[in-house]
Design a protein around this ligand. Structure first.
Ligand code: DAH
Length: 333
């Protein structure tokens, strides 16, 4: 065996297993080069040194060739595995569907932000009410025609799925000492035939501020800044007198139509105005029913029909879209 033969054999090993076989064949206990060393004993003493040196050189050369081939094969193996695991880091990631917030939640967060910035706290009350909180304490006595304004559901036990969030005004005023400012978002229920603008369950956001010397001017300012900041900058507003048993005076805030900007269109029924938020100064009877002296404390209140606000803000023309659970709606936000 000479260097050239060894080099050829080593180069012929196509992978690491084959190379190991070659190593055993050359340098193993029964390997060819090892076998050459065993011949030493049969040589004349003066020949041994030269032959021994020759075989050792061959051995070292074989080892070096084996090592070189080994790292060559290892490099190739690594390159192959990198190749197999190759990926395009610039390729777009597979789409992962993310949850979205419902438009009612989105706008509610904005409205809550606006009012908490003005020092209002969030309050809540039960969805299932009694007649006292839903009607009586709000100056709507039993058998009074004003009760007919609300198409009320009753449970078998005579409880009322609340017809408005105004019940939270009562609960708050009875449990706290003035002054107080609260915002009460919540679900309300009416015995309505469902169509594009009516639903049997919808949302209101009630506001209540109790303090000394509260006037319509305070209410006006609060609602006007709400419209300006949350519904749409530059919209005009106006107040009209309106009747609600629990406020005196009562009024409705109108905004110039967000669709035609006051020119007149189908949505505003050619009037140029959209009725948006009812409110007023809390009736002395309501303050008294909650244990507060109306000569000392005054209050303003308002109750937004929230679905309508959401529809105006986002241009949704059918209230049923807010409740039918189709993802095509929320995916747009
Ligand atoms: N609760 C009334 C309704 O559902 C809306 C309302 C009107 C609330 C005047 C108020 C208010 O707080 O002052 O029709």
């Amino acid at each position: 065996m000479d260097t050239q033969q060894i080099a050829a054999t080593v180069a012929g090993a196509g992978d690491l297993t084959a190379l190991e076989d070659v190593r055993v064949r050359l340098l193993g206990k029964k390997g060819e080069i090892t076998g050459m060393l065993k011949q030493l004993g049969g040589l004349a003493p003066e020949e041994r040194a030269a032959f021994g040196a020759q075989v050792n050189a061959l051995k070292a050369e074989a080892q070096a060739l084996l090592d070189a081939r080994k790292s060559e094969l290892e490099g190739a193996a690594e390159a192959a595995s990198l190749d197999a695991g190759w990926m395009d880091v610039t390729a777009p990631a597979p789409e992962r569907p993310l949850g979205r917030l419902h438009p009612i939640t989105l706008l509610l967060e904005e409205v809550i932000d606006h009012f908490t910035g003005l020092g209002f706290e969030i309050a809540s009350g039960p969805d299932i009410e009694d007649s006292f909180h839903n009607f009586d304490a709000l100056n709507i006595p039993k058998d009074h025609p004003a009760r007919d304004v609300w198409d009320t559901f009753y449970t078998d036990r005579g409880e009322i799925p609340r017809t408005h969030t105004s019940s939270v005004q009562i609960r708050t005023m009875m449990n706290r000492t003035p002054p107080m400012r609260i915002l009460a978002p919540g679900r309300v229920f009416r015995n309505e035939t469902i169509d594009a603008t009516h639903h049997a369950s919808f949302h209101q956001v009630e506001g209540l501020l109790v303090d000394r010397q509260v006037s319509v001017a305070h209410l006006k300012h609060t609602l006007e800044t709400l419209v300006d900041r949350v519904i749409g900058r530059g919209l005009k507003t106006r107040f009209r007198p309106a009747f609600y048993p629990f406020v005196e005076p009562g009024l409705d805030l109108d905004v110039s139509c967000v669709f035609c900007h006051g020119k007149g269109c189908g949505v505003c029924k050619q009037s140029g105005w959209i009725e948006l938020i009812p409110g007023g100064l809390v009736h002395p009877n309501v303050l008294r029913a909650c244990g507060h002296d109306p000569d000392e404390w005054q209050a303003y209140a308002f109750g937004m029909g929230f679905d309508r606000m959401v529809m105006l803000r986002y241009g949704i023309d059918d209230i049923r879209r807010l409740y039918d659970g189709r993802l095509s709606l929320v995916r747009q936000f």
